[in-house]
Design a protein around this ligand. Sequence first.
Ligand code: NCD
Length: 309
Amino acid sequence: MRHDHLITSKQLSRADIERVLDYAAEIDADPSAVADRHADKLLGLLFFEPSTRTKMSFETAMKRLGGDVVDMGSVESSSVKKGETLADTVRVIEGYTDALVLRHPKQGAPAMASEFVDVPLLNAGDGAGHHPTQTMLDLYTIRENAGLDDLTIGIMGDLKYGRTVHSLAYALSNFDARQHFISPESLQLPREVVYDLHQQEGAQVREHEAIDEVLPSLDVLYVTRIQRERFPDENEYQQVAGEYQIDVDTLEAASDDLTVMHPLPRVDEIAPEVDETDHAAYFEQAHNGVPVRMALLDLLLREGGDGDE
Ligand code: NCD
């Protein structure tokens, strides 16, 4: 890749994305070809917020490349508790490892931290900001199920605080996708994201409060969780909690080929009965995290840090 660090999907061109997706598909078809590639390498995991899928799939990916991980563990048990700054933490851990994965509640923290390290740093989610590695596995799943050309996608739920949404929207604008954003007014996409999307040539961006009007036209419906932990006020959360749920009745109006995705964890946005339908792709999506992160790690570990293309 062109960059040593992966901070937002804005830094990725269509060619960068296609290169990673093609390579992930190659790895998926024959993981044994890369099984010993990074036998001497260590990946540092710095998770300042809860994570299951992202952390475990990074760990699995690194081990499937023959490498290993060192994990800071919970904030409670680390020196962060003693008041250590993020800049100091990353400078210390980079001395132990060959690459770093950072998740942090503060938007912009990975961009700041990357200024202090020479090893590749991957943003695994920063507050309500970005989550570019999730986007790569989302794009991989879209490509496998619906294709990335001539795509009509609905992105529904918490578009304000949902970082996976922000990253995905920027990345999709490279593919001239028709993007329909469906949310209550209070959880609309941040205005700066809408503005940026409109700057792209050929942008096709629409906002809706109801899914009914767009559902029949969609190839993909990407459902998200209301990000309760980011609401400044619990009452505000209660006002929107439980809205924007889908079940098999909702999907009656959809095309038979509709692919339903979700970055997970879900709370109650997708009824479990949908899991049994051909629409459901969210577990496959989570599994795709491993080959996609293997591809990303391999590319960054081979090319990152030396400033080369
Ligand atoms: C997402 C996240 O952390 O932003 N989870 C994930 O990484 N798959 C989505 C969420 O928490 O709702």
